[in-house]
Design a protein around this ligand. Structure first.
Ligand code: KIV
Ligand code: ZN
Length: 518
């Protein structure tokens, strides 16, 4: 069987599209989970794009072991120098450099002739090789390139020392049979292609990124690039979890082996959604909330008789326990620990006590605790210390719209400050009171509220997006009371903004281990 390598670009192509910048701790949490999933290469960022990205790549390279850590660069010496510098601490570093190769990109965007593009590409690979052996070359917009030109440039960069060549469908224009043909063509026509790993990278503009990637794999690609939950520019990148499960369910057909641990898929998807604030649609393949639900009577009847009548994947294979267990305030520490273990959290006893206390508080309010509640609880109780923490909240509504909120906030877990504000409804009053205490002036871009689990006592999951002149930040809060959840989410976003923009240098702080999953 040939080896297929998984290359995750959630933190580069995925993050680039979010309109927010994740902080280093959030990126580290995602990277750690992606390593657990068994991915071979993590593209941690684009160091030359901003000092923040440089720092994130530097810290991920230093902290994350067990996978190749890759940084993106244009074919410009200064970009490559920065990329190499950021990757210095990596166990297995890789520079991913490249240039656009389609006529429209060369003429209109780069304003360079094809010969000049080849010169820059070869120069970039040679420059990157001065720093490290592992150099990947991307031929941006390869799918819309002239085929003879593509063959020529790939052959030259391989001669210059590239170890991996990537032929993206940058604008998501391909169909599966055409993309498969491109891979076959490159394999047949590039004379030195057997010396390197051939990589594929698809975008989802026509909804075919997964299908195109699978066609590329069938045609002989060695490495597949994509993101978790398919997040990415415009309609997104290839959803890696879809490719993983397509290969898993039809192993013989693909004839490839990977080191993916499918049982980590659900946890990885959940973590990426939680941290990025990008919800996974209910009907999303593999990781959507409805992916394993059977609603119609005929289907339910069939599944009860034999699961495989309507189920092609056992949910346990992607890390969703099949048996539904509902915990209550009467459940002991042992039952909680056991269920958390089944959900993939292995807690040291010291942490279990803290989680158990929060569990009892929640169970008092909510009576029945579902798996979704436990995931939310794990995200909350083990959260990283924040600049601002909500201590108390009281809201009074009067008349049709007006409301008054009185809020107490702990600053740096030390001093406590209380203030009040009047607003146009309770959420507006709460946000205004928080602004008065924290001095926040950022613009509120987005606010959404979803229920975490079932029933009228379900916890509310609030997501808030705020923007300053420099950046945008996502905050999240979970509580059975939706006003409290909204206040927590807003404070979370304001904490991130203040930490980043008012001198709290997170990269120099001690970065704790992942709080989400051990
Ligand atoms: O889509 C694309 O072409 C890319 C390259 C920069 C690898 O993301
Ligand atoms: Zn891309």
């Amino acid at each position: 069987m040939r080896r297929l390598y998984f290359f995750d670009t959630t933190l580069r192509d995925g993050e680039q599209s979010l309109g927010i910048t994740l902080n280093v701790r959030e990126k580290l949490d995602i990277a750690r989970q992606i390593v657990k999933l068994g991915v071979d290469v993590i593209e941690a960022g684009f160091p030359a794009s901003s000092p923040g990205d440089f720092e994130a790549v530097r810290i991920i390279a230093r902290e994350i072991k067990g996978a190749v850590i890759c940084g993106l660069s244009r074919s410009v010496p200064k970009d490559i120098d920065l990329c190499a510098e950021a990757l210095r601490g990596a166990e297995y570093p890789r520079i991913h450099t490249g240039i656009a190769v389609s006529p429209i990109h060369m003429e209109k965007k780069l304003r360079l002739s094809p010969d000049q593009v080849i010169e820059m590409a070869v120069g970039a690979v040679k420059h990157a090789k001065k720093y490290m052996n592992d150099v990947e070359f991307y031929a941006e917009d390869a799918f819309r390139s002239n085929r003879e030109f593509l063959v020529k440039i790939l052959a030259k960069v391989i001669d210059a020392g590239a170890t991996v060549v990537n032929i993206p469908d940058t604008v998501g224009y391909a169909t599966p049979w055409e993309y498969g043909e491109l891979v076959s063509y490159v394999k047949q026509q590039v004379p030195n292609i057997d010396k390197v790993i051939l990589s594929i990278h698809c975008h989802n503009d026509l909804g075919m990124a997964t299908a195109n990637s699978l066609a590329g794999i069938k045609a002989g690609a060695d490495q597949i690039e994509g993101t978790i939950n398919g997040i990415g520019e415009r309609a997104g990148n290839t959803s890696l979890e879809e490719v993983m499960m397509a290969i898993y369910t039809q192993k013989k057909d693909y004839g490839v082996e990977t080191k993916i641990k499918t049982r980590e898929i659900a946890a990885t998807s959940r973590l990426v959604s939680l941290i990025t604030g990008v919800p996974v649609p209910n009907h999303k393949a593999i990781v959507g909330a409805n992916a394993f639900m059977h609603a119609s009577g005929i289907h339910q009847d069939g599944v009860l008789k034999e699961t495989q009548t309507y189920e092609i994947i056992d949910p346990e294979i992607i890390g969703i326990p099949r048996n539904q267990i509902v915990l209550t305030a009467r459940s002991g520490r042992h039952a909680l620990k056991h269920r958390l273990q089944e959900l993939g959290y292995s807690l040291p006893d010291s942490q279990l006590e803290q989680v158990y206390e929060s569990f009892l508080l929640l169970a008092d309010k909510k009576q029945e605790i579902y798996d979704e509640d436990l995931h939310a609880l794990m995200g909350e109780t083990t959260a990283i210390p924040k600049l601002f923490r909500l201590k108390n909240i009281a809201v009074a509504t009067s008349g049709y719209q007006s409301a008054t909120a009185t809020i107490t906030i702990a600053i740096n877990d030390q001093e406590e400050v209380t203030d009040a504000a009047i607003g146009n409804g309770p959420v507006d009053a709460v946000f205004k009171a928080i602004d008065r205490i924290t001095g926040n002036q950022a613009r509120l871009d987005d606010f959404s509220l979803r229920s975490v689990s079932r029933g009228t006592e379900a916890q509310g999951n609030a997501t808030v997006k705020i923007s300053s002149a420099q950046n945008s930040y996502i905050g999240r809060g979970i509580n059975t009371d939706i006003i409290t959840a909204s206040a927590q989410a807003y404070l979370d976003a304001v904490s991130k903004l203040m930490e980043k923009e008012r001198g709290h240098n997170e990269s120099k702080a001690d970065l704790p281990d992942s709080p989400h999953r051990a």
